[in-house]
Design a protein around this ligand. Structure first.
Ligand code: GDP
Ligand code: MN
Length: 381
């Protein structure tokens, strides 16, 4: 059976894919609560196991409580796609930069799985398939395929994706595939998978078809206010891009997508596994750095940390102040190394050394990785 969007999103969230904050409205009384949570505006979406709700006016930005009540009254009891509307999903409005399509489907005849991605999401995929077949990317996976991140990463690399978007797409694809397999789904489709104004990816819609025998996995029926990828949400608040990577234990904090990717690659080459991708973005402040340290360490698998910064307009002294306070507050000390070059590097190094924080004074990220590798060998983790 096909799940409603709300139920589908609960699966996605369990699989670690970010979904908007939201909750289900089954009565008109819940509407004022919904508004309390979303800074005055919300997106209302009718819940029926059928698509094309957007075109039918069943997905709409709601401006105030009265508007919400009007939408609720208009839609409940009406039919869409043959189903009677009984509930409405109220969600935080998203600032969407780009819409993608991503899905995994069972190909029962071949006994394998088909992964589909398109840079043209939001619209009807069959339509894109007919008019712009070159914009649709397909990959077959066999029953033995684990669908690890690097598998998808190579695919997206070939398509010309890079930086944090490359990491986020591969990560989402891997989580979608693994989740799909874990529940024996027939189809798991995210259309659109949206890129927000801060670069993060989020599933704005969910269509999951599942074997009836797997339905016991749906427990409770209320979407919690917070998101599955809590850390990714917290990163939004700090103003950095964070993507948790499965199975890694070396945390990264780096300035710029290029430097972050490069650090990830060198960690892989050294036979270690990165625990996350974290890019500080434009303005490095002491608070941003301090909070980033706390953020990456919330992942309990983390055994070491590499901070890799380049100071252009940003002062590395400011970064050093944040590193010192972040490290001092750590409840769980772990090996860490800082590599920082650029604007005010001497002041940065001096401050770190004063607080016994190891620092690499060159452009070589390899040296930072080698240092961490030695530390992990010593502690045997
Ligand atoms: P469908 O038409 O039944 O597939 O419903 P969707 O959930 O895909 O919504 C239709 C369209 O509404 C999407 O392609 C988005 O462009 C837009 N949309 C959906 N959710 C949101 C949201 O939370 N915020 C904003 N701004 N737009 C949304
Ligand atoms: Mn959709």
């Amino acid at each position: 059976m096909q799940l409603s969007e709300n139920d589908g999103k609960r699966f996605l969230k369990e699989w670690g894919i970010a979904v908007p904050r939201g909750f289900l409205l089954t009565s008109i009384d819940g509407i004022s609560d919904a508004f309390g949570q979303f800074d005055g505006k919300a997106v209302f979406k009718i819940q029926v196991p059928a698509g094309k709700r957007g075109k039918a006016g069943g997905v709409r930005l709601i401006h105030d409580i009265e508007d919400g009540k009007g939408f609720f009254k208009k839609w409940t009891g009406e039919r869409h796609g043959g189903f009677i509307v009984e509930s409405i999903l109220a969600e935080e409005p998203l600032t969407i930069e780009k819409e993608f399509y991503m899905s995994v489907a069972l190909n029962a005849r071949e006994g394998n799985y088909l992964f589909i991605f398109s840079s043209e999401g939001g619209v009807d995929i069959e339509e894109t398939s007919r008019q712009h077949p070159e914009k649709i990317l397909k990959m077959n996976l066999g029953p033995a395929d684990k669908g690890q991140e690097f598998h998808f990463r190579n695919l997206f690399l070939e398509q010309g994706y890079s930086g944090s978007l490359l990491v986020a797409l591969s990560n989402t694809a891997s989580r979608l595939y693994k989740g799909f397999r874990a529940v024996n789904a027939v189809l798991a489709e995210i259309n659109p998978l949206v890129q927000l104004d801060n670069g993060a990816l989020m599933a704005a819609d969910a269509k999951i078809e599942i074997d009836d025998s797997a339905l016991f996995r749906l427990k409770g029926n209320k979407l919690p206010a917070a998101n599955a990828s809590e850390l990714e949400l917290e990163a939004r608040d700090i103003g950095v891009t964070y993507i948790g990577l499965d199975e890694g234990n070396v945390a990264i904090i780096a300035s710029g997508a290029g430097l972050s990717m490069n650090t990830m690659d060198l960690i892989f080459e050294a036979g270690l596994k990165p625990a996350n991708f974290l890019e500080t973005g434009g303005g490095i402040t002491r608070d941003l750095v301090r909070r980033s340290i706390h953020l990456v360490l919330k992942n309990e698998n983390v055994r070491a940390l590499i901070i890799n910064l380049y100071g252009g307009v940003n002062s590395l002294q400011e970064a050093a102040i944040g590193i010192v306070s972040g490290v001092k507050e750590l409840k769980r000390p772990i090996p860490l190394i800082v590599k920082a070059t650029g604007n005010q590097q001497e002041e940065c190094w001096a401050l770190l050394e004063e607080h016994n924080i190891p620092v690499i004074k060159s452009h070589r990220t390899e040296d930072a990785v080698a240092y961490i590798q030695r530390q992990l060998e010593v502690t045997g983790s």
